[in-house]
Design a protein around this ligand. Structure first.
Ligand code: 13P
Ligand code: SF4
Length: 319
């Protein structure tokens, strides 16, 4: 505990001395989430992280999350220095959507509006008409559909299918998936619901269709936290990364939160209800990147003018 306190102090001091701000995702270690808030940064979903970094005056942004979040910060703020506790923290959605293949797929469907999830590389964003996150994907696709546009969607098939079902939009879906949310199992969730008939089920839309079908609320991490606060239930079953439970418990002290069931158990499952890449963000690495300036995010400057357009569209649409 003493060591943790030392790290917190040291990181807070470095942030101040280096005109830096810490922005953390809800799936990171609760200690980092708390530290981000205590030091004037924020803990947020991926859309809010992007907006916060753009609006904050600090010249360095430390992004505790996964690679695409750091790249998004750099694309939106090329003049700022973006550091990450680790550059190894990728995302299975990003890995599953290599730009060459994706670009060829887009070329085969030139009549379609290309909408990509934020969980993609800068190169994939540069090929897109729109970037969306799970908190705004529904509204954006709805408005494109009202415009008569047909959509090519990548890379998360579950989120894509959910939006297709909700909106009725004409969407071609890339077949990517999140290794964490893919593990949630509908049958076991159904059984757990029977044990807790008064519980509300909160589901991130990267989960499989049968799991989403059992949800009382579906949304981005921030939207699920809001649902925990506003729904009258006292018990919640949560189908997303367990990192989110920290904020839910903090904001709803009287309520109980239960992790939704996954197929594997404990060490047998590398990604059960916790993203292995988010877990790479540690206090030690956060301090290290601030002290040494290592792990700076660089995005090919030739990509930035193209990648920034669909990102700005998203920010403008949602402001
Ligand atoms: P949110 O935008 O809901 O925070 O999700 C990001 C993510 O990576 C979910 O797995
Ligand atoms: Fe990617 Fe899933 Fe990890 Fe989110 S939880 S960063 S979607 S692998």
């Amino acid at each position: 505990a003493e060591e943790v306190a030392d790290y917190r102090q040291a990181i807070a001091a470095e942030l101040k001395a280096r005109d830096a701000v810490l922005v953390a995702h809800y799936y990171t270690d609760p200690i980092l989430q708390a530290l981000a808030e205590e030091t004037g940064g924020c803990v947020a979903d991926s859309l809010e992280m992007a907006r916060f970094g753009s609006q904050h005056p600090a010249s360095t942004i430390v992004v505790a999350g996964v690679r695409f979040m750091g790249e998004t910060a750099k694309i939106l703020n090329p003049e700022k220095r973006i550091l990450m506790p680790t550059l190894e923290a990728t995302c299975s959605l990003d890995l599953g959507c290599p730009v060459e293949e994706f670009s060829a797929y887009c070329d085969q469907h030139p009549e379609r509006t290309v909408v990509v999830y934020a969980n993609t590389s800068a190169a994939v964003k540069a090929r897109a008409d729109w970037v969306v996150t799970s908190s705004c994907a529904l509204e954006i696709v709805e408005s494109l559909m009202d415009n008569g546009e047909k959509i090519l969607w990548a890379p998360d098939q579950h989120l894509g299918r959910y939006i297709q079902r909700e909106t009725g939009a004409d969407m071609l879906l890339w077949e990517g998936a999140c290794i964490v949310h893919e593990e949630f199992k509908a049958r076991q969730l159904h059984d757990l619901k029977a044990l807790y008939p008064d519980a509300a089920v909160l589901v991130h839309p990267e989960s499989p269709e049968a799991v989403v079908a059992l949800a009382d609320a579906v949304g981005s991490t921030s939207q699920l936290i809001k649902a925990a606060q506003t729904l009258p239930n006292q018990i919640f079953i949560v189908a997303t990364d367990r990192g989110i439970l920290y904020k839910m418990q903090q904001l709803c002290p009287g309520k109980s939160f239960i992790e939704a069931p996954t197929a594997g158990q404990g060490a047998a499952c590398r990604s059960c209800a916790h993203c292995p890449w988010m877990a790479m963000n540690t206090l030690e690495r956060t301090l290290q990147c601030l002290r040494t300036g290592s792990n700076e995010i660089h995005v090919d400057p030739a990509l930035i003018p193209r990648a920034v357009k669909p990102l700005k569209r998203m920010l403008d649409f949602t402001q």
